[in-house]
Design a protein around this ligand. Structure first.
Ligand SMILES: Cc1ncc(COP(=O)(O)O)c(C=O)c1O
Length: 443
């Protein structure tokens, strides 16, 4: 590592970390040779695991042809083939595909397609997007305007439209102080109230993650939650946009999380597992009837330079083939059940685990000071980061966040690659157990 000036580079912080040397399957090794288990798939992206030789081969083959051809000059075969696969394996009404290079771009594109549809169909007053609190939909100003995660939004609030939010179905800390099912899904019914407050003629769409991601710690909605949401959207002619950026491509034990409840999203945002870390890739899928009103009437006034490039799509094609052929959704469901049961065992041993939640291999532990009262730890204790750092020391990579609008309510995501084998579950639990012991000594 000679002659490397590490001061030049910054991300969210200037924190210096070990260098990555190699990664294979669920394992990663740093420059000192230390081994880690990637128990959060990076940022819940590496669905097929690291170092897959089939993807390396697909990249080499595509590299021998072309990396890039701009979409307004040429069509390319991988892009069309991937669209064919996506349409074949998605809900029947999702029969059009638009490529992007990441999750924020996907959400932003979904918003703009939706808006342009209403603009083109004589419903120009519809531009209000309703979403949930907490939620995470991306870091660009449009997707951030849908997000409720205070530390990420506060500095930028004056720059964004203050879109209305309804409470996420966070039953563990119900804002209405009610219990399901006696609550009659007040959080879902809040959508209708909000639509009426805004004026239905002004509302374009409701946007939600089918299973919550980083902002809520793998929040699984009550069984009939999305039925109420969908009915409400239909009643007022507004679109339901599903953000499957984190949940897509097998993560929750189905190819797409909407399959758990047969939710009919009008537009679905995809990324992360789609390229599985091998190449930046994302997409939106939508109904033909929406796309026809936009593309057929002057064109979609939106686009990113890298969209649909041959290399990204060749990678996506191979990654998607691997997910299907190796039955990784089914594996996520099966091994996810084992891992969740193991996490629940830890919950019995450690008073600081308030709740284990999630679906498939999108799991989380919410950490509390008092399990009976569910009192969170004081924010300044940064327990999510403390546990994550201790886990890192033990060679386990997990993902720290907070469930109470990003301000408190520590949680960590445990979301390993979907290739996780049954005998590797014990390795994750072992390292997490050791990390919890270390954490207990420090609080
Ligand atoms: C649900 C969801 N939507 C959107 C995004 C934004 O994706 P990206 O970071 O690729 O822009 C994320 C990223 O974590 C996400 O989890």
């Amino acid at each position: 590592m000679e002659n490397l000036n590490r001061e030049l580079l910054f991300y969210q912080t200037g924190k210096k970390l070990p260098f990555i040397k190699k990664a294979e399957g669920i394992y990663m090794w740093d420059h000192t040779g230390k081994e880690y288990i990637d128990a959060c798939s990076g940022a819940v992206i590496s669905n097929i695991g690291h170092g897959n030789p089939k993807v390396a081969k697909a990249i080499a083959e595509q590299a021998g042809k072309t990396f890039f051809a701009y979409r307004i000059h040429f069509e390319n075969e991988p892009a069309v083939r991937l669209a064919m696969d996506l349409v074949e394996y998605s809900a029947p009404h999702l029969n059009r595909v638009y490529y992007v290079s990441g999750g924020s771009e996907a959400v932003e594109s979904a918003m703009k397609l939706c808006r342009q549809y209403f603009y083109n169909t004589g419903q120009g007053s519809r531009y209000v997007f309703i979403s949930r609190a907490p939620s995470y939909h991306g870091s660009t100003l449009g997707s951030l305007a849908l997000t409720t995660y205070a530390p990420l939004e506060i500095p930028f609030r004056p720059m964004m439209r203050a879109y209305p939010k309804i409470p996420a179905p966070y039953c563990y800390r119900c804002v209405y102080h009610k219990e399901y099912p006696q609550c009659n899904l007040e959080c879902a019914r809040a959508l209708e109230k909000t639509i009426l407050e805004q004026g239905p003629e002004n509302v374009a769409a409701f946007v939600a993650e089918p299973v919550g991601g980083a902002s809520t710690g793998a929040l699984v909605p009550p069984e009939d939650y999305f039925a109420v949401i969908q009915q409400t959207c239909r009643k007022y002619g507004i679109f339901l946009i599903l953000d499957e950026v984190m949940t897509g491509f097998g993560r929750t034990g189905k190819l797409f999380a909407y399959e758990h409840w047969n939710i009919e999203g009008d537009i679905v945002a995809l990324s992360k597992g789609m390229g599985s870390g091998y190449y930046p890739l994302g997409a939106i899928m939508a109904r033909k009837s929406i796309v026809d009103e936009v593309v057929g009437k002057g064109g979609f006034a939106h686009g990113h330079t890298y969209a649909g490039n041959p290399m990204a799509c060749a990678v996506g094609l191979e990654v998607f083939r691997i997910i299907r052929e190796e039955r990784l959704s089914e594996n996520a469901a099966e091994v996810g059940r084992l891992l969740k049961a193991g996490l629940k065992d830890l919950e019995d041993h450690y008073g600081i685990i308030g709740q284990v939640r999630g679906k498939g291999l999108l799991l989380a532990l919410e950490l509390v000071k008092d399990r009976d009262t569910r009192e969170p730890f004081p924010a300044e204790k940064n327990l999510n980061v403390l546990l994550t750092n201790e886990a890192y020391e033990e060679g386990l990579i997990i993902y720290p966040r907070r469930s109470i609008n990003g301000l408190s309510g520590d949680h960590v995501l445990v979301a390993p690659p979907l290739i996780l084998k049954k005998d590797q579950v014990a390795q994750i639990l072992d390292r997490l157990d050791r990390a919890l012991k270390r954490t207990m000594k420090k609080i």
